[in-house]
Write a protein that binds this ligand. Structure first.
Ligand code: AMP
Ligand code: TRP
Length: 334
């Protein structure tokens, strides 16, 4: 049986990269499997954060997920700090993971930059907590954007070492399959086709937020960096044109087609034609989600009740698994 788990940081309202790379796929996967989705607020404090804003950012992310189509009746939706099993297992897995493995993580290197000696220990052990998120449910499929591939490989290394060290012939943790979907798996900045669209980019113009209104979307797309050439009629013609490739990729993901399909329609046209078409498509797809997000946020008590119930469901699955992991490690369980 497939059990799906994924997490997203409470960065407030998600951006288009989060939506196309992750959330949209989470919605689709609900059809055929047991799904568990988590707003990872423990991960959010690995870097400087505003304690006054975190709870609201957690609600905003939960609301946006529900608005995008995560159905709390069908999937388990909760926030990480409300289920202590994550932290309990995380400590065990930190003791299984090797320093050398963590040293290879490119996202740590990117986030720490030149400040390596001064970032939190939590930022360094972040991938062990991520492994614990997944393994506390013994989930075996994890939909994410392409940037998380390395963290999932590490989670598998940790799971296998745990199995080898503590489980004899009978592996306790499953193999985790990364689920990474085609166009949209890597949405780039609107200002620089070599950087991924990110919450941490200082330029608001670099990303589209899921609650941007039609005017904001049109302006950001109009200003998006491009080149003077018309669109090619074949995907090969996008090589060396990262900004053009990004906009075509976004269109393809939203229109549920592929790059070739978009170029069959727009090949030979300039950005004067393509950009307005892309804006219209973005508005059509995002505005119902924005409206629903606002409606959900207007009733925080109802939203909190949904999250509380999600946490209960999550605890019911994770607690016995983490109890068993503790027994395997050898703790005295009274
Ligand atoms: P984060 O906001 O870092 O917690 O990311 C949440 C999810 O969005 C993860 O599955 C990421 O892989 C995905 N994601 C973040 N940025 C992008 C992007 N620019 N393109 C595609 N997926 C992304
Ligand atoms: N690290 C992921 C990101 O930044 C978020 C995350 C935390 C996650 N725990 C997870 C994703 C478990 C998948 C499974 O996007």
């Amino acid at each position: 049986m497939r059990r799906i788990f994924s997490g997203i940081q409470p960065t407030g309202i998600p951006h288009l990269g989060n939506y196309l790379g992750a959330v949209r796929n989470w919605v689709t996967l609900q059809e055929g499997a047991e799904c568990i989705y988590c707003v990872v607020d423990l991960h959010a404090i690995t870097q400087p954060h505003d304690p006054k804003a975190l709870a609201q950012a957690t609600r905003e992310m939960a609301a946006a997920l529900i608005a995008a189509g995560i159905d709390p009746e069908r999937s388990v939706l909760f926030h990480q700090s409300s289920v202590h099993a994550h932290v309990r297992l995380s400590w065990i897995l930190e003791c299984v993971a090797r320093i050398g493995w963590l040293n290879r993580m490119t996202q740590f290197k990117d986030k720490a930059g030149k400040n390596r000696e001064n970032v939190s220990c939590g930022l360094y052990t972040y991938p062990a907590l991520m492994a614990a998120d997944i393994l506390a449910y013994r989930a075996n499929a994890v939909p994410v954007g392409d940037d998380q591939r390395q963290h999932l490989e590490l989670a598998n290394d940790i799971a296998q070492k745990f199995n080898f060290d503590f489980c004899g012939e009978d592996p306790f943790f499953p193999v985790i399959e990364p689920v990474i979907f085609g166009p949209g798996a890597r949405v780039m900045s609107l200002r620089d086709g070599s950087k991924k669209m990110s919450k941490s980019d200082t330029s608001e113009q670099s990303r589209i937020s899921m609650t941007d209104d039609a005017d904001a979307i049109a302006l950001k797309i109009r200003r998006a960096k491009t080149d003077p050439e018309p669109l090619p009629s074949e995907p090969a013609g996008l090589e060396g044109r990262p900004e053009a490739a990004n906009l075509v990729g976004i269109y393809a993901a939203l229109a549920d087609t592929d790059t070739a399909g978009v170029l069959r329609q727009f090949g030979g046209q300039g950005f004067g034609v393509f950009k307005p078409a892309l804006s219209d498509l973005l508005v059509a797809k995002l505005s119902p989600i924005a409206t629903e997000t606002r409606r959900l946020l207007a009733d925080p008590a109802a939203l909190d009740a949904l999250l509380r119930r999600g946490a209960e469901q999550a605890r019911a699955i994770a607690e016995p698994i983490v109890d068993e992991a503790e027994r395997l490690v050898g703790f005295l369980k009274l």
